[in-house]
Design a binder for this molecule. Sequence first.
Ligand code: SAH
Ligand code: SF4
Ligand code: F3S
Length: 447
Amino acid sequence: MADTKKLFIKTYGCQMNVYDSERMAEALGVEAMGEAGYEQVSSPDKADMILLNTCHIREKAAEKVYSELGRLKGLKAKNPDLKIGVTGCVAQAEGEEIVRRQPAVDLVVGPQSYHRLPAMEAKVRSGDRALDTDFPQEDKFDHLKSRPKAKRGPTAFLTVQEGCDKFCAFCVVPYTRGAEVSRPVDRIIGEARDLVERGVREITLLGQNVNAYHGLDDAGDEASLADLIWKLNAVDGLERIRFTTSHPNDMDDALIEAHGTCEKLMPYLHLPVQAGSDRILKTMNRKHTAEDYIRLIERIRAARPDILISGDFIVGFPEESDQDFADTMALIEEVKYGQAFSFKYSTRPGTPAAEKPQIDPDVASDRLYRLQALLTQQQRDIQDAMVGHEVGVLFEKTGRLEGQLIGKSDHLHAVHVLAPSDMIGEIGRVKIVASEANSLKGELICD
Ligand code: SAH
Ligand code: SF4
Ligand code: F3S
């Protein structure tokens, strides 16, 4: 038998791309394709197939792909059998344009057509190019069943909803991922059970708008994200549930309440607001005010007082004035974030905000600097306040030091602890004894 072919995937962008890369590796794997299948490798050097699973959210992310392709095409001289593919949101947004800019690319496939990858692979092996950026009718998840039963680490992502109908004025996602689609409840529970059998203890439910989830249940009724979480709460062996990313307008009462009552739902919520000025929120098409968001956070904290709030911010959105920016800083002061991601506005072709007058990039850089300083301070304060507390830590891997394990707390802080390596995959009770640069130091509580 010939050597198994080798597949290298480089993943950019959000967690959904991480999940999709796993599914693509499975779809092209030996278990799925027999002798024609691939094993995944961790370096592009000896690969027979390289896939760049790309992100289009900001200009820098998209441009990175072309510089990477420029580097990778040289590998074709060493291995004439090497095929290069572009998948993900740049593939969806730019399609054929990718091949025009970089003719070394053999395959381009958008996120909704990944189940067609095996057929596309056969096509490129026979010397043709393959391009697919359709939004097909069939359900790709049905054709991307996770077959392998291999052991997995203790945490996993599980996509439950994809696409977005919100059309924020700055954002490419509704164009690259298409309209909102929710997977049926039974498929998700089946996949969760399968993950648990393979060693997973914590599942993060994914969706571009995960709390807009409205999949069908067995009875043919629509289930909300809260309904789905309660069903997962009953899965034996699953210890922790998280979800991301939520939109403020889809935080319904049942989901807020679940944060107070559902024992496996972790006290962490990523709830992007983007800006604190009502004028800017309106032109962003976010459909809520700063006050709405602050009141919502109050209700969530009433349900679960220790919840850690995380957010996304964009500075330098077209027409953002000093006062608008001051309003964003005031909102941050009021909410107090335990984690945050902040970006300078990036003009995206085809989005409504791209048509508006852009602001001075130096002003935007200065605002980003000030905003990040405030957010970093808040994160530090919240992390420091964990010292002296007892937390649950799911141990994921060994640390740099002898005898050390690394895991995540209930609040998603990285924690390192001296503990035996057979505790990987277990949740230990840990007392936090110090707060360091990017992690907490803990001691195992043995009783
Ligand atoms: N669905 C999520 C976010 C998806 S994109 C939500 O509704 O919030 C992740 C983050 O990237 C966004 O929250 C936003 O902060 C940022 N982002 C999106 N488009 C951007 C752009 N054109 N420029 C800068 N940041 C952007
Ligand atoms: Fe983009 Fe807005 Fe949809 Fe989030 S809600 S994916 S920011 S359009
Ligand atoms: Fe990027 Fe697409 Fe995710 S644009 S952030 S990879 S949905």
